[in-house]
Design a binder for this molecule. Structure first.
Ligand code: FE2
Length: 340
């Protein structure tokens, strides 16, 4: 988005919010594990509209520990992170509180938020397939990853990486542990190389002829194809097609970035207002474009690079259920020797 568009949407949002809420001099503190630059334009526009100053404290690690240590005197209002498992960890550590907001429940699909209001998804990423240009993946399912016809043709990062344990846990949610062990064994037998590296290496190795298909996250294609990852990555991304696989009886596996209101939030009302703003049409568009993520709100367009993959049909299994199978997924990864 260019500067004038940001300015326009800021003005538009400002006039919207000003008409419905009083200007206050409140402050709001966000603890985030996400690069604050990604959401700064949104926070600026929220401040312009409401008068609420938003401070961000960025920490790569130790967010939950810090909030727990600060206890009742913690200044944190909003806790923001990626990965449903990380959000659920915050709830289990007792440092979040429930929020009741019809704006949030109407904007965010039910499987992408806590049913008691402790956390909410703000953006999504899908676990997709990168495919060589000449590979035919019509109607491809996650189950097909174990089909022997792909023997020696699949690239994937470590099975223990949270992106993969989330996918495998979703498989458990659909079929149970026994069937998942069989499926993982089949997938391991199809690997073209050791399960290692990063998601972008899937595209690189397709270009290099090492594999025909790779399992990877959707937003990396935007980062690579747009040139944000450098010239070399443009050539990787241009060597692949992207396919949105589904489970046979479900949809495409997604993970999220999201937020929770801290248990001891000094400014709860403002915190809820900010979360509601972050799921507005305007904010969702900017939010999604900042990192090539999918908006969580229906009807808001993804970045054109991401939209070109086709329509995303989100797997209906609740993230809470998927996360509950993660430990078992990780144990199965070890049991089948996935990373050996
Ligand atoms: Fe990533």
């Amino acid at each position: 988005m260019n500067t004038s568009n940001i300015a326009k949407s800021t003005l538009f949002t400002a006039s919207l919010l000003l008409s419905t809420s009083a200007v206050s001099a409140a402050e709001l503190n966000i603890y985030t594990t996400r690069e604050p630059g990604l959401i700064q334009p949104l926070l600026d526009s929220f401040t312009a509209a409401t008068g609420t100053k938003v401070n961000t404290v960025f920490m790569k690690d130790g967010l939950a520990e810090r909030v727990a240590t600060e206890g009742a005197s913690s200044p944190a209002d909003i806790l923001m992170t990626v990965d449903a498992g990380n959000l659920i960890d915050l709830v289990e550590k007792g440092i979040t509180q429930p929020v009741e907001s019809t704006v949030l429940t109407e904007s965010i699909p039910a499987q992408l938020r806590d049913d008691k209001g402790h956390w909410f998804a703000l953006s999504m990423r899908a676990r997709v397939i990168y495919a060589a240009k000449d590979a035919d993946l019509t109607g491809f399912t996650y189950e097909d990853l174990a089909d022997p016809k792909w023997k020696g043709k699949i690239c994937i990062r470590s099975g223990q990486h949270p992106y993969n344990t989330a996918l495998f846990a979703d498989h458990i949610a659909h079929y149970g542990a026994e069937a998942t062990e069989k499926w993982l064994t089949g997938l391991k037998d199809n690997l073209a190389r050791k399960a290692a590296g990063g998601d972008r290496d899937g595209a690189k190795d397709i270009l290099g002829g090492i594999c025909d298909i790779a399992v990877a996250n959707s937003y990396y294609v935007g980062l690579m194809r747009s040139g944000k990852g450098g010239e070399e990555q443009v050539t990787w991304a241009n060597a692949i097609n992207v396919v949105l696989p589904t489970f046979k009886d479900g949809g495409t596996q997604v993970n999220i970035s999201g937020a929770a209101v801290a248990k001891n939030a000094p400014n709860k009302a403002e915190a809820v207002k900010l979360l509601e703003y972050l799921v507005s049409d305007e904010a969702q568009k900017i939010y999604a474009e900042a990192n090539f993520e999918y908006p969580v709100k229906a009807g808001v367009a993804a970045d054109p690079i991401i939209a070109s993959f086709g329509e995303l049909k989100i797997d209906p299994k609740p993230l809470t259920e998927i996360v509950s199978h993660r430990k078992q997924a990780s144990e199965l990864v070890d049991k089948v020797g996935f990373d050996n």
